[in-house]
Design a protein around this ligand. Structure first.
Ligand code: ADE
Length: 244
């Protein structure tokens, strides 16, 4: 069964966007996943095709109407292939749980996703609750809409689908994938051996596999300790657990 993605958006032309030029784009053309973008405005019922309204209680901006968004959700979920589990509705919002590799893996292992992209101040809370949407953020910053966040989530999921990654185990070895504890990756080098007076570390040219592995492990640990004390603390706690 192909992994199916549907984006609900006011800007369907933003899909597949930059994804079309990457590994995910090739996988899309190869039929390893599918992508539809539905125009939310098509589900408005008044003659002005209104999708938003002023916030109750006052304040700046506009809120997307629950009835219009609900109708778009219903359309996306109608006609799911026979016998297939319903896809989760994922609403991209800075109020959501942070996207991480575990969530990408979870979503990639399911039937697909319906991605709800908000504009303006976002969705009316009632449709988020009524549709049991999973709220997901891609970072502690505010984008002008959910679309770039949705593309990012798709990229993270699609590269995990069977047959998408080029190298056999490259998806496994990378940062955050190591089930023993997420560390940042070690630095990479290629030829020439000396470039602008900078030499490739000797150990990488030594041919000693064990020494290379040890050096990479140390580099990964040092980078994580220095750059991401939050990840380092989690890693250290997990190491401690497994020793008990
Ligand atoms: N929409 C606006 N900002 C966002 C963010 N940081 N993550 C997900 N969706 C968003």
């Amino acid at each position: 069964m192909t992994w199916r993605a549907t984006a609900l958006t006011l800007f369907p032309e933003m899909f597949p966007g930059t994804l079309g030029h990457s590994l995910a784009g090739r996988a899309l053309r190869e039929g390893r996943w599918s992508l539809d973008a539905l125009q939310i405005r098509d589900f408005a019922t008044d003659r002005h095709r209104t999708v938003d309204d002023t916030p109750c209680g006052g304040g700046a901006g506009l809120v997307m109407r629950p009835d219009v968004v609900d109708a778009a959700c219903a359309a996306a979920l109608a006609g799911e292939p026979e016998g297939e589990a319903p896809r989760p509705l994922v609403y991209l919002t800075p109020r959501g749980r942070l996207l991480d590799q575990a969530l990408a893996r979870e979503l990639a292992s399911g039937p697909g996703v319906v991605l709800v992209c908000g504009r303006y101040e976002g969705l009316d809370q009632r449709v988020i609750e009524a549709r049991a949407m999973r709220e997901v953020s891609v970072g502690d910053f505010v984008l002008s809409g959910g679309e770039p966040a949705a593309l990012l989530l798709l990229d993270a999921c699609v590269r995990l689908l069977p047959g998408v990654m080029g190298g056999a185990d490259s998806a496994e070895e990378e940062s955050f994938s190591d089930p023993r504890g997420a560390l940042l990756e070690y630095p990479h080098y290629t030829r020439p051996a000396v470039w602008q007076g900078r030499a490739v570390p000797d150990v990488l040219l030594s041919g000693h596999h064990a020494a290379v592995a040890k050096w990479r492990r140390e580099q990964a640990e040092a980078a994580t300790r220095e750059r991401r004390p939050d990840l380092w603390a989690r890693h250290a706690a997990r190491q401690h657990e497994t020793q008990d």
